[in-house]
Ligand binder design. Structure first.
Ligand SMILES: [Zn+2]
Length: 171
């Protein structure tokens, strides 16, 4: 396990210090991470299958810090999820989502404030530690997500527009 996640293990403490995280969150790797997500994860794994940050409905001992789950040995994923751990410790306002924020998160995931920050931080961190190849790949992923979520947004407006036109023609 430790060997398999050598990149992440190497950067774990460095990222925690870089983010100035006060209390080190629990970090699970590999099958431990998968098992934890399976047991306590409420959101769909498909969206970010490389890792996740869990904070709701988890055992009491982890509630103050949340839990970082890392499935892929990727410094980008670790930096991204640890950024969520930092955000969560600083302020939970974006994490305790009511209906409006739930809808926002679902349809605008990439543009959700905590996500934008985590994606930006991870890319910045990769460049900072000169993992340029990883930074380039991550930047591509960001562009892909930005396009996807803008298309979803455009699609919603088209549907609403058609619905509006339909209602106008009826009444
Ligand atoms: Zn995220």
């Amino acid at each position: 396990m430790v060997k398999k996640y050598s990149s992440c293990k190497k950067y774990e403490q460095l990222i925690i210090e870089d983010l100035k995280i006060k209390i080190k969150p629990k970090i699970f790797y590999g099958t431990d991470a998968k098992d934890f997500i399976e047991e306590y994860g409420t959101r769909i794994l498909g969206k970010n299958p490389n890792g996740a940050f869990l904070y709701q409905g988890i055992p009491d001992e982890y509630k103050n810090t949340g839990v970082v789950c890392i499935i892929k040995d990727s410094v980008a994923t670790l930096a991204h999820e640890l950024c969520h751990a930092k955000q969560y410790q600083d302020d939970t306002k974006w994490f305790n989502r009511g209906l409006y924020l739930k809808i926002f998160y679902f349809f605008r995931y990439y543009y959700y404030p905590t996500e934008i920050e985590a994606f930006t931080y991870a890319e910045m961190y990769l460049k900072k530690v000169e993992l340029f190849k990883e930074a380039e790949e991550y930047s591509k992923l960001k562009r892909k997500l930005a396009i996807e979520y803008n298309l979803i947004y455009a699609f919603i407006f088209i549907i609403l527009g058609l619905l509006y036109a339909f209602l106008l023609s009826k009444f």
